[in-house]
Design a protein around this ligand. Structure first.
Ligand SMILES: [Zn+2]
Ligand SMILES: [Zn+2]
Length: 212
């Protein structure tokens, strides 16, 4: 009985190490964000009943990340969700949190990394002198409750934000760019892209004026 439990714990640990190694390979280095992101994803998937995020369950899974930092790469690595597949969305909120959604059951959990975990990490491994190394070691050992806050949530995801073929493509009547997925706007009766409606994030350089 207890051997069975120990086996399960060992399996879980080796699964964690495998996922961590994969995410470090994608991200380029081992950091606190990789540990947090891998653990957050494992917990999120478990809570919404997704066992094979890159296999049988891949079309059921949808993730919203609230920060574009190290942990985001780990979340992409573990879940297999990506911007290009439209299964990963970025809500630009600057919060170390992500929401994991099971599209089939509509179950969703928002998981936030607890700020207190940073301080708590110091108590876990006082034997390690370097503060950052101590944090890394602690993030492997701390319980989920110490690391994360979990909220059951409900999401209304627009059809134009879901994976699948683009629902429509329209031509901007101002600049001529083609706009997919319902991102066009109507201004003074004309259909325009968001850049033409609100201003672009870039300024076009006139090649004639540059060379002159
Ligand atoms: Zn990093
Ligand atoms: Zn335009």
């Amino acid at each position: 009985m207890s051997t069975g439990r120990a086996d399960a714990r060992n399996r879980e640990r080796s699964r964690f190490e495998t996922l961590l190694a994969e995410s470090v390979a994608l991200h380029g280095h081992l950091c606190a964000g990789q540990l947090i992101g891998v653990r957050m994803s494992m917990l999120g998937l478990e809570l919404i009943g997704i066992r094979e995020p890159k296999g049988a369950d891949r079309k059921k899974l949808y993730v919203v990340v609230e920060i574009d930092r190290c942990a985001t790469d780990a979340i992409q690595s573990v879940t297999g969700c990506s911007l290009g597949k439209r299964s990963l969305r970025w809500a630009d909120l600057g919060i170390m949190a992500a929401t994991f959604v099971n599209l089939e059951t509509a179950e969703a959990v928002r998981i936030t990394a607890r700020e207190q975990a940073r301080e708590l990490a110091n108590c876990y491994r006082p034997d390690i002198l370097d503060r950052y190394q101590r944090q890394l070691a602690a993030y492997r050992e701390m319980g989920d409750e110490a690391l994360f806050t979990v909220q059951r949530v409900r999401l209304a995801i627009a059809e134009t934000d879901l994976p699948g073929r683009p629902m429509r493509r329209v031509c901007c009547q101002q600049c001529g760019d083609w706009v997919q997925d319902g991102r066009e706007e109507r201004v003074d009766g004309r259909v325009v892209c968001r850049s033409c409606a609100h201003g672009a994030y870039y300024a076009v350089i006139d090649p004639n004026r540059e060379s002159a």
